[in-house]
Design a protein around this ligand. Structure first.
Ligand code: NAP
Length: 285
């Protein structure tokens, strides 16, 4: 294997340590600690684990968290009322509704009801619009984590060819936008892209956010490329990314593993976003 393996756990730990220090400074000047409110509708086991980890991560950096667990049969109106109530609660800095929500609830309506200044997932139309305009706002956690990994690795983005596979609101679109803002030349691929491997092979920086296990092999990787694999696919024998790790690592210069690459960054950036939201609501702090 030629490629350096990018240690997402270590970079995430560094981000958490930085946030912990900044939370302490915020608490001293503001006389309070940031508060993240989480919501989960239903009892999906994977979502329950994510929510628990988010609460523990808040505690670890000195922030508070409060969780609202709602019955799987909860209606849209009840959830919207809670989201709005948290938006108006002056003690709440961040609101996170774990997605997906059950079928009887319109996900877009829930996201749109989140107070934009507390939208620590960066998914509201307001924050997506600010990112589209290149203006400061709350940026989605996983894309922010991808950029943090690239910065930590010292990857030169200015003028680089970047290819993003996937165009979701959650990952692909914001990653592509952030890479463009960093002056990379960006191509976005999706399910209708012709000759995916050939387009990917142009990339100095290849970001995969697809949800198809090991879709991208050695033929999709330019020799010396940096490969960031966002994919998390649960297989019988464990987790797999969207990139065939062994094959790509033989060609790339650096690559993220799954697990242990992008995954740990998401919660770390959620903490950073919650602190950013708290600071923005108390500008003097
Ligand atoms: P998504 O909403 O399902 O979007 C997938 C994207 O991949 C779509 O744009 C789709 O194209 C494209 N696609 C699907 N099949 C393709 C193919 N054969 N060739 C090229 N493009 C294809 O998924 P997502 O929410 O962005 O998540 C992507 C992956 O990242 C998933 O594995 C997810 O679990 C993982 N993820 C990880 C984290 C983390 O913390 N590490 C966070 C979020 C997501 P169309 O638009 O044409 O349909």
């Amino acid at each position: 294997m030629a490629a350096r393996v990018i240690d997402g756990k270590a970079v995430a730990a560094a981000v958490r340590a930085r946030v912990r220090g900044e939370v302490a400074a915020y608490a001293e000047s503001a006389g309070r600690t940031p508060l993240l409110a989480t919501i989960l509708v239903g009892e999906d086991p994977a979502s329950q684990i994510y929510i628990r980890k988010k609460g523990e991560a808040c505690e670890e950096v000195g922030m508070r968290s409060v969780h609202h667990g709602l019955d799987a049969a909860t209606g849209e109106a009840e959830l919207l009322a809670l989201v709005r109530e948290l938006g108006e609660d002056d003690d709440v800095d961040g609101i996170l509704c774990q997605l997906p929500v059950p079928d009887q609830i319109d996900e877009n309506a829930v996201v749109a009801a989140i107070e934009p200044s507390k939208d620590v997932d960066g998914l509201t139309p307001q924050n997506a619009g600010l990112l589209a305009h290149g203006e400061p706002g709350l940026v989605p956690c996983t894309p922010n984590g991808v950029m943090e990994l690239l910065a930590h690795e010292g990857v030169e983005l200015e003028g680089a060819e970047a290819v993003v596979v996937g165009r979701s609101k959650l990952v692909g679109v914001p990653v592509a936008r952030l890479l463009l803002l960093a002056n990379a030349t960006v191509t976005t691929c999706h399910s209708r892209t012709r000759d995916l491997a050939a387009v990917c092979r142009r990339a100095d920086v290849l970001v995969a956010a697809v949800g198809v296990p090991r879709l991208l092999g050695a033929d999709a990787v330019k020799p010396g490329a940096v490969v960031i694999d966002v994919g998390v696919n649960r297989l019988e024998d464990g987790l797999a990314g969207d990139v065939d790790f062994e094959a790509a690592a033989a060609v790339a210069s650096a690559i993220t593993p799954v697990p242990g690459g992008v995954g740990p960054m998401t919660i770390a950036m959620l903490l950073a976003n919650t602190l950013q939201a708290a600071r923005a609501r108390a500008p003097g702090a």
